[in-house]
Design a binder for this molecule. Structure first.
Ligand SMILES: Cc1ncc(COP(=O)(O)O)c(C=O)c1O
Length: 367
């Protein structure tokens, strides 16, 4: 294979440039403008979230959620340990303490059992939970939402990777007090960089908008009572987002098809286990993820790299990171094992069945 196959390359609908031209014609290049509103509307219509705010990144969206919820220095915030650091960096921005909860084998996402155990036994009640829907697959989110409600813990869903994924027909990102999506370069949809904060609470989204625009008080002169951030999405990037939203269902269908091709070529092998999909859920299969019972995944990665195919180990759990060596955690080895055994394989929506066949052959030759 000569042309590099990426894990998840940007894939435009074809209308993005046309919308960017309209932005240029209107000269609303800078933050705000009709495409920011259109992009927010399309996310609301698609996910069913009542309120949405387009921002510069998924990380910024999580930061705003924590700030609006009043989470600050010394507060404990629960989080999935099996995630990308973008889920939890904002906890540190707020001077709060992350507390990591392990995954379960049924979903590879946060374990509701461990969450409940922690909340029943902890001495200091955490203020919030940030739960990640990893690799586009829904966590056991209804149970998790019920546990949070029971214990009075705010729920923020990190749906950065899972736009289009549903549980019981309801979109990930809409079960919690807040949900966030990312439009970073390799996500299922991209705006080059960007994020969206959603919530059922209109006042919270208004407050987040206020913080995202330097916390300017509503006066003609510049009046400030609190500090804010420069987190609002640009109209140019929102125009890309509007074009991308036109093909979200197509992209989900293709990602799921790619997963089915991998399953067709690799599914019979006892060495290989795929990331599960919970009953009653639909994942977007952003990245096809798998574990190998005995094979060394670095050997497989090396062989794929030689064929110019990108792959990546599963996320190194947060509780294993030096940065968090002193953080509290409730872990049982599940995510550590996944990290040691697992790989994400190329899942770009431009890939063909032949690409997947060739990648699968390389995998089979190296296990
Ligand atoms: C699970 C997860 N959370 C948060 C983020 C942060 O999103 P962003 O890169 O838009 O800040 C990402 C992706 O980058 C992610 O994969």
């Amino acid at each position: 294979m000569n042309k590099r196959i990426f894990l998840s390359a940007p894939h435009m609908s074809g209308n993005e440039l046309k919308y960017i031209e309209k932005v240029f014609e209107s000269n609303y290049i800078a933050p705000l403008g009709e495409y920011v509103n259109k992009f927010e509307e399309s996310i609301k219509n698609y996910t069913g979230a009542p309120n949405a705010l387009a921002v510069t990144s998924g990380t910024a969206a999580i930061h705003l959620a924590l700030r609006v919820l009043g989470i600050g220095a010394g507060d404990d915030v629960l989080a999935s340990t099996f995630t990308f650091i973008g889920s939890v960096n904002a906890i540190l921005y707020q001077g709060a303490n992350p507390v990591f909860i392990d995954s379960d084998k049924e979903s590879w996402n946060l374990s509701p059992k461990l969450l409940n155990k922690y909340l029943c036994e902890c001495e200091k009640r955490p203020k919030a939970l940030i739960v990640t829907h990893l690799y586009g697959m829904s966590a056991d989110i209804q149970k998790i939402a019920d546990i949070c409600r029971l214990h009075g813990v705010y729920l923020i869903e990190d749906a950065a990777e899972s736009l289009g994924a549903t549980f019981d027909g309801k979109h990930t990102g809409t079960f919690g007090d807040f949900g966030i999506y990312s439009f970073n370069g390799n996500k299922i949809l991209t705006t080059s960089g960007g994020g969206m904060l959603v919530s059922g609470d209109r006042d919270w989204i208004e407050k987040a908008k206020f913080y995202s625009t330097q916390a300017k008080e509503p006066f003609i002169h510049y009046e400030h009572l609190e500090y804010g951030y420069n987190y609002r999405m640009s109209n140019v990037l929102a125009a890309i987002g509007v074009g991308q939203m036109e093909v979200i269902e197509e992209r989900v269908a293709k990602k799921r098809e790619i997963f089915e091709w991998y399953r067709e070529f690799l599914g019979d092998n006892d060495e290989i286990e795929f990331m599960p999909e919970l009953p009653d859920s639909r994942g977007n299969r952003w990245l096809t993820a798998m574990t190998f019972a005995h094979a060394d995944h670095s050997v497989i990665m090396g062989a794929l790299e030689e064929a110019n195919v990108e792959s990546r180990p599963l996320w190194k759990p947060m509780h294993m990171q030096k940065l968090f060596e002193n953080s509290k955690r409730l872990v049982d080895g599940t995510s550590e094992e996944l990290f040691q055994k697992g790989l994400c394989v190329a899942s770009s929506t431009t890939m063909t069945k032949e690409d997947v066949k060739q990648i699968s052959t390389i995998i089979l030759e190296n296990i």
